[in-house]
Design a protein around this ligand. Structure first.
Ligand SMILES: [Zn+2]
Length: 90
């Protein structure tokens, strides 16, 4: 009997599961497919959420790093300008 739809089905309607005592899956193939589908979708959602979070964190980090670099670069350029002014005789 399938644990999900509670229908008695033919043994052939159950997939094999070695972890079960009778060697058969607790769920019939139809239900198993639905369960797999659901868990698959859930995993997909989890994964996309994870990726979004990961991407956001990295983006922030990247932006900060970029800003810092830019600031440094800007300061250096300002210094260079000053130096050039000093060095170049007029
Ligand atoms: Zn079933």
């Amino acid at each position: 009997m399938c644990k999900k739809c509670k229908e008695s089905k033919h043994l052939l309607d159950f997939g094999k599961d070695k972890s079960q005592k009778d060697g058969l899956n607790k769920f019939c193939k139809t239900c198993k497919r639905q369960i797999d589908k659901k868990s698959c979708t859930k995993n997909k959602i989890d994964r996309s959420l994870y990726l979004k979070k990961y991407y956001k964190e990295n983006k922030d980090r990247y932006n900060n790093k970029y800003k810092e670099e830019y600031r440094k670069d800007y300061k250096n350029k300002q210094k260079e300008k000053k130096l050039q002014k000093r060095i170049l005789p007029k």
